[in-house]
Design a protein around this ligand. Structure first.
Ligand code: MG
Length: 264
């Protein structure tokens, strides 16, 4: 950890224009999002309800999770379209509903996942839609997800992300008060803003190639998230750039690092 603080201090010294390093303590600065929940912990698994609860327990800003739709239009939380050899979007929910995650939980439905998140209202739920614009299931997934979130009164707890530009545009159009971030890294902040999208959530290599995008996004009033950052050097680099959120598989370590930095 000392090594990374030294790296950060050096980065701050040479990059004052990017801000963040000298921010007053009351400023939120860079915050942490647990990638697929806090799955790298005892009794947890990626996209499990346990991973969501463990993210809530460590007090990070948010917990990211992946949403897919079965062939009979049940929203489930799973990263890959393949689940235990079944392609989720072409499989009925009844066929996969009792299959277990690696921690012994059954495959969570979106409703079960949201219900668990609702118990932790301080934790933002970073909802990634895994459908694509070519599929007729995308419109169904968006409509059903928003209906469920509204019925559960969770509009203020959920933020949306997707590699589907179409999905991002739809979320931004239908939920204008919510953060919506595009994941694909292809567009500048200005281009996204013109499409009505309110935030960027890009792979760190995109910000290494275009470090000016962080400042540009902030000038447009857009938040900047970066995925999936686990290496110390890259964490330091992204904090020095002034990103708003780091999405990581190591949420506790990144949160401790940011705290250490603010205490300096
Ligand atoms: Mg994801």
């Amino acid at each position: 950890m000392n090594k990374i603080i030294l790296l950060l201090s050096a980065a701050c010294a040479i990059m004052p224009l990017f801000g963040g390093c000298n921010a007053p303590k009351e400023e939120p600065g860079t915050q942490v999002i647990a990638h697929r929940g806090y799955w790298d912990s005892e009794g947890s698994a990626q996209n499990s309800i346990a991973s969501l609860q463990k993210a809530g327990e460590i007090g990070v800003y948010g917990s990211e999770f992946d949403v897919n739709l079965t062939s009979d239009s049940v929203l489930v939380v799973n990263h890959d379209n393949d689940f235990k050899g079944y392609p989720v979007q072409q499989t009925a929910y009844s066929i996969i509903k009792d299959s277990l995650l690696s921690n012994g939980e059954k495959l969570p439905t979106l409703e079960e996942y949201l219900q668990a998140g609702k118990e932790m209202p301080a934790l933002k739920m970073i909802f990634e839609l895994k459908t694509d614009a070519e599929s007729p299931q995308e419109a169904v997934a968006i409509a059903q997800s928003l209906k469920m979130i509204k019925e559960m009164g969770m509009e203020q707890q959920v933020e949306f992300i997707s590699f589907s530009l179409n999905a991002c545009k739809e979320f931004a159009r239908l939920m204008p008060d919510n953060e919506v971030a595009y994941l694909g890294g292809k567009y500048s902040p200005k281009e996204l803003k013109e499409m009505g999208i309110t935030a960027l959530d890009y792979h760190y290599s995109n910000f290494q190639e275009h470090p000016e995008w962080v400042k540009e996004a902030h000038e447009f009033g857009m938040k900047v998230n970066v995925w999936t950052v686990n290496k110390e050097e890259v964490i330091a680099e992204m904090i020095a750039l002034g990103v708003d959120y780091i999405t990581t598989d190591k949420p506790e370590e990144v949160a401790a690092l940011i705290t250490d930095l603010h205490l300096q």
